[in-house]
Design a binder for this molecule. Structure first.
Ligand SMILES: C[S@@+](CC[C@H](N)C(=O)[O-])C[C@H]1O[C@@H](n2cnc3c(N)ncnc32)[C@H](O)[C@@H]1O
Length: 382
């Protein structure tokens, strides 16, 4: 089989430069050679990057609190893009037996080649066999608690740059040595149309990453929550904070926990971009989902009792990794949490909260002995 890089080269030779989103889609999701198609894909120490659930069970154990309350009425827990299955395993581990019995667990793993192993692993670790589907289509609308950790940042993006003449889009071409290089071309329809809501707000010279698949994904989430809540975690921020003042771009590649070249070795490196949460909220609103909480991921976890959960499990050393944005290892406030609701469910689960309220943070800090107490805790991920 020709390598993914060779297939992309052939395509560029015959079609000319391809949109960056096409390149990223192939690099991450090519059915044979895409980065996420690899059955051995994992996160954490032996992967190329670590996600918050890799720090230990505290994130899942904390999220189990609202899931437990939600399960009282019989319902379904869905996780989009569960990767290793760590997060859902940690949630299930913390639930009462009654709650587990009442929950149908559905995992959305796009690659068939990884579905069986994922179901086996979660069953082995929790005794609970999840239903695994490739997308949300076969999941009937119903009472749903949905989790998505670091999924939106993995959606293919187009990279746009505002020029004095309009909007350019990054394309991928070949140099004389057959290496992949970026070239810029005016954004044409339908990309220009998709970018129309943000283009006038981009300052000249500024870059912006636009995921055209985001709307479809949110539409399928909105169609599933009937009623329900979605708790979405990712790095990113509001448009004005990250792109509105002029950004040099947030697209990046990772290999073995280091930054790598974006256009080198498609399928071998992770590609990712920050999430524009203003756009997520705008699209969600148009789809009938209400935003009930938005802010630092650390704040939402603290609000839900992270410190208490850690203390009960004698895992205070791990709290710091979820709170401090240190080095590349901390999962502090540069990670954002967004709760979307249909039907007033969030309110009943303590998931309708103002995360900018300083009291949320102050109480947790006092609980841990202030900055001094926090400084005394461990800081390294591995
Ligand atoms: C960065 S990994 C995060 C894995 C895991 N959630 C974690 O936190 O460790 C992103 C995952 O999202 C999956 N993904 C991407 N698009 C998806 C979609 N439309 N539906 C479900 N999963 C998706 C990818 O296949 C990949 O496994």
């Amino acid at each position: 089989m020709t390598s993914l890089a060779d297939r992309l080269r052939e395509r560029i030779r015959s079609e000319g430069p391809i949109a960056f989103s096409e390149y990223m889609n192939a690099a991450l999701y090519d059915p044979e050679d895409g980065y996420y198609a690899d059955p051995s894909f994992t996160t954490g120490r032996s992967g190329d990057f670590a996600t918050a659930p890799d720090t230990g069970p505290l994130m899942g154990a904390t999220l189990a609190e609202p899931v437990e309350a939600f399960a009282e009425q019989g319902s379904r827990l869905v996780e989009l893009g569960p990767g290793s299955g760590r997060l859902v395993t940690d949630v299930l581990d913390q639930l009462s037996e009654e709650a587990r019995q009442r929950l149908e667990v559905v995992l959305v793993e796009p690659f068939e080649a990884r579905q069986q192993a994922l179901a086996d692993r979660v069953e082995e670790d929790t005794g609970h066999r999840p239903r695994v589907v490739g997308d949300l289509e076969p999941v009937e609308p119903g009472r749903t608690f949905l989790l998505a950790n670091e999924v939106l940042d993995a959606l293919p993006v187009d990279v746009l740059a505002k020029t004095e003449d309009g909007l350019d889009a990054m394309h991928v071409d070949l140099d004389d040595g057959d290496g992949f290089v970026e070239v810029w071309q005016p954004a044409e329809p339908p990309l220009a149309e998709a970018a129309a809501p943000v283009a006038p707000r981009l300052p000249e010279g500024g870059r912006y990453e636009l995921s055209r698949g985001l709307e479809e994904l949110l539409r399928s989430v909105a169609g599933t929550l009937d009623p329900g809540v979605a708790a979405v975690f990712d790095y990113g921020g509001r448009f004005d904070d990250l792109w509105g003042q002029g950004s040099s771009g947030t697209l990046r590649a990772f290999r073995e926990h280091q930054h790598a070249e974006v256009l080198e070795d498609p399928g071998e490196v992770d590609l990712t971009a920050d999430v524009d949460f203003s756009r997520v909220m705008g699209l969600a609103d148009a789809l009938g989902l209400a935003e009930t909480a938005y802010g630092g991921q650390d704040r939402l976890l603290v609000h839900l009792g992270l410190v208490e959960v850690a203390r009960q499990r004698d895992r205070m050393q791990e709290v710091k990794q979820l709170l401090v944005p240190s080095r590349s290892t901390g999962f502090g406030e540069r990670f954002r949490a967004l709760v979307l609701d249909r039907g007033g469910v969030a309110d009943t689960l303590d998931l309708a909260v103002d995360l900018d309220d300083p009291d949320v943070w102050t109480r947790a800090m006092e609980d841990m002995g202030g900055e001094e107490g926090l400084a005394g805790l461990g800081s390294d991920l591995f």
